[in-house]
Design a protein around this ligand. Structure first.
Ligand code: NAP
Length: 356
């Protein structure tokens, strides 16, 4: 792919929206032409909403957030939209974009479990893109990425499953504050504290992970049947979700075999997707890794920083295989995941011919 498709970010002033701007500002395939905000933020400059530690990319801080109008985006030549809208707003807005013929790549939960909408982690279930061929609605394709906790989990599990044939999977999470978006968890609730509840999260982890790890036949997906039991907690970390995983295994591969399955896993090798890390899984052997502060920006090159998932602390106490997994919730689990989905869609011809 050498030419470019014009793109817009919906919810550009939010936490995931800002990561989209950061990742798309100099993207080789997508040309970020429009930043869309809520009605509340209409006319505000991006720099006034900016919350990331590094400044906005050159030329973007002074740009104003514009109101949502799918027809206007379409007339302006936009071909795809990246949605960082809250779940409640996302449903009707994303559907309107799709009806206007725009391709939608969404972080929001609104359309995730619809049978004709791929819920995609490209290294795990790229073949689910085929669900688009069953589309009942006319208009552009709609592709979603899962909640930020499922993304790291399914990436770590995918190469393991055939080796360990689990009868159950337990996961306890230590989730970053930024997972709650802007303005974030109130400081007095977050500091010196752990909150053992994130609304809807445990159900999403179970449901979305089983769907992604499920088997597609034609345009239907049969979810994986292994029970996935999650405890989700919010901890006072800025970015990076850490997860303690226990896999109840039916088979007993050695720790070496497990390590090799992880480090040799690279299903997107050779596709040349700009945001795909190679390898997508990094195995740390130190006794105290992965850690959010040290490992959340894992990736093999500047564009894939935060796109690799780090596994470590592997312990084998049969029938339980235990390990930790860490992923950047806003990058691999958020904006970066959507950008990678769009790159895969472009490479598979889903976006049609570029116009620029
Ligand atoms: N944070 C994460 O780590 C993470 C990871 C994966 C997925 N997600 C999902 O990504 C989405 C965005 O999350 P976030 O954390 O970025 O939330 P956020 O910081 O609250 O940002 C949401 C943004 O959407 C804007 N908005 C709200 N309604 C709108 C509308 N009708 N039209 C246009 N813009 C509108 C808001 O504008 P105002 O500022 O004017 O209110 C805000 O800037 C959510 O669906 C979330 O579940 C988040």
């Amino acid at each position: 792919v050498t030419a470019r498709w014009a793109a817009a970010v919906l919810g550009a002033g939010g936490y995931i929206g800002q990561h989209f701007v950061r990742l798309l500002a100099d993207h080789p395939w997508f040309d970020l032409t429009h930043l869309v905000g809520s009605e509340r933020s209409g006319g505000r400059r991006l720099e006034d909403a900016w919350a990331l530690p590094d400044p906005p990319p050159a030329g973007f801080g002074r740009r104003r957030l514009e109101p949502m109008s799918p027809a206007r985006l379409r007339r302006a030549g936009v071909r795809l939209v990246f949605s960082a809208l809250p779940g409640t707003a996302a449903g009707p807005v994303e559907s309107a974009c799709q009806r206007a013929g725009l391709a939608v790549f969404s972080n929001a939960s609104a359309h995730r479990m619809e049978p004709s909408v791929p819920l995609l982690v490209p290294e795990v279930n790229a073949d689910h893109l085929r669900l688009l061929s069953s589309r009942r609605h006319r208009g552009g394709p709609l592709v979603t990425n899962p909640n930020c906790t499922s993304t790291g989990l399914v990436l770590a599990l995918k190469p393991l499953l055939p080796l360990v044939r689990p009868s159950a999977i337990h996961v306890a999470t230590y989730q970053a504050l930024s997972g709650a978006g802007l303005p974030g968890v109130a400081s007095l609730a977050a500091v010196d504290n752990v909150i053992p509840f994130i609304a809807g999260e445990e159900e999403k982890v179970a449901r979305e992970s089983a769907w992604i790890l499920g088997t597609r036949s034609g345009v239907t997906v049969r979810p994986a049947t292994t029970p996935i039991l999650a405890h989700c907690a919010r901890v006072p970390v800025r970015d990076g979700h850490l997860e303690a995983v226990t896999v109840v295994a039916r088979s007993r591969p050695t720790a070496d075999e497990i390590g090799r399955a992880w480090t040799s896993f690279d299903p997107l090798a050779g596709l040349d997707l700009p945001s795909a890390p190679h390898p997508p899984l990094q195995l740390r052997t130190e006794p105290d890794r992965p850690q959010p502060v040290r490992d959340r920006w894992a990736g093999d090159r500047p564009r894939t920083r935060g796109m690799a998932v780090v596994v470590g602390r592997v312990r084998w106490t049969p029938p339980n295989l235990r390990f930790f997994v860490l992923s950047h919730n806003a990058v691999r689990g958020g904006a970066g995941g959507s950008v990678l989905n769009a790159e895969l869609a472009a490479a598979r011809g889903v976006l049609g011919e570029p116009e620029r």
